[in-house]
Design a protein around this ligand. Structure first.
Ligand code: NAP
Length: 332
């Protein structure tokens, strides 16, 4: 192969991105210099945080540059190497997705064992979303056995793992919200005790009905009306792991909710934001637990796979619209 295709950021979206936000660009397959490798990407991840990187604002990750390839987690096979540490044929995880061939320093790639799990799993259940669920639930919210847990975007990559890990770690009752009847059905099949479609009525009412004895731990992927409903439903000394607020990533106005923040005082609630990258010390325990649950068959994970680099923008837009069950991935 001599030709490589990659996706560039063509414009910065105001509100919802569209296909015009992206541009497919053809380049030559790169050649490695000393200490470098070339990876033929097999899967790349599209993630909600990438929406924030399309804005030219200061944040915890730098913005994507205009007229340059986007980046993000990817996994693939090394096809050329000028490094003694990485061999042609190795499978590596790295940060240069959104392109068919990636050129990077060997030190920026992590070798993984393709015999242990399918390559895609390193971008989902065994990768960043899995660790996010594990760390957010068990360390940030410090869930204890017997507690009632509520998670939003529960049929997504992080959320579906949060609910299952909660059950596996002894939660008393696990409730999930999602955006369609099919997703609600999937949550019940995954072992959630209750699930509701947030389109069916005010989240506050649906959550009250699903958690008559209140919520001890809220894992927030959505923000807005979900966070407001959770604050209302939370018991004394409840804890919320604030993971994401996808309901407002495309908003051009400040959010209308939550309007009930003052309740955190009387209820002595803890609302704690977190970034998965601060929890790498849990990686060994996470891999041990998750690999064990996968082996036993007690943990399931869903993946929605879109084929072809040319369809990566559609996969990303679909993720924001909720077209994914589990992890949204692009197979290259
Ligand atoms: N803090 C961290 O380190 C960290 C790390 C990873 C992810 N995150 C955050 O975690 C959350 C989940 O990420 P993920 O990768 O697992 O994505 P995901 O849940 O697999 O996909 C996003 C889901 O959000 C739901 N959604 C979109 N708009 C919504 C709205 N207005 N109201 C309610 N739900 C909406 C959609 O499902 P429905 O069909 O149910 O609407 C969609 O499937 C995101 O907020 C992300 O930013 C944070």
């Amino acid at each position: 192969m001599t030709s490589n295709r990659e996706i560039h950021l063509a414009s910065r979206p105001e509100g919802w991105p569209t296909e015009d936000t992206f541009r497919l660009v053809e380049t030559d397959v790169p050649t490695p210099g000393p200490g470098q490798i070339v990876v033929r990407n097999q899967f790349m991840s599209v993630d909600p945080y990438m929406r924030g990187r399309m804005n030219d604002v200061k944040s915890y990750v730098p913005p994507f540059a205009l007229d340059a390839p986007l980046d993000g987690a990817a996994i693939g096979e090394v096809v050329a190497s000028e490094s003694a540490d990485v061999a042609v044929g190795d499978t590596v995880l790295h940060g240069l997705g959104w392109r068919e061939y990636a050129l990077l320093d060997a030190g920026a790639a992590r070798q993984v064992d393709p015999a242990l799990a399918p390559a895609s799993a390193y971008l989902s259940v065994l990768g960043m979303p899995g660790l996010t669920a594990y760390a957010g639930l068990l360390e940030v919210a410090a869930m204890k056995p017997g507690e009632t847990v509520f998670v939003s975007a529960a049929a997504g990559s992080v959320g579906s793992l949060v609910g299952q890990i909660a059950k596996l770690k002894g939660a008393g009752r696990v409730i999930g919200s999602a955006g369609s009847a099919a997703k609600v059905e999937r949550l019940r099949a995954l072992g959630f005790d209750a699930a509701f479609d947030y389109h069916d009525g005010p989240v506050r009412d649906s959550l009250r009905a699903a958690a008559p004895d209140g919520v001890d731990v809220y894992f927030d992927n959505v923000g807005g009306d979900h966070l407001e409903a959770a604050i209302s439903a939370m018991n004394l000394h409840g804890r919320a792991a604030i993971c994401g607020m996808i309901a407002q990533y495309n908003d051009t106005e400040p959010p209308a909710a939550p309007r009930n923040l003052s309740l955190v005082i009387g209820k002595r609630l803890t609302l704690r934001g977190f970034l998965v990258r601060d929890h790498n010390h849990l990686r060994d325990a996470f891999v041990r637990d998750v690999a064990g649950w996968l082996r036993e068959g007690t943990l399931s994970y869903d993946e929605t796979v879109v084929d072809g680099i040319e369809n990566a923008p559609a996969a990303f837009l679909g993720l924001l619209r909720g077209e994914n069950l589990g992890k949204m991935l692009v197979r290259l």
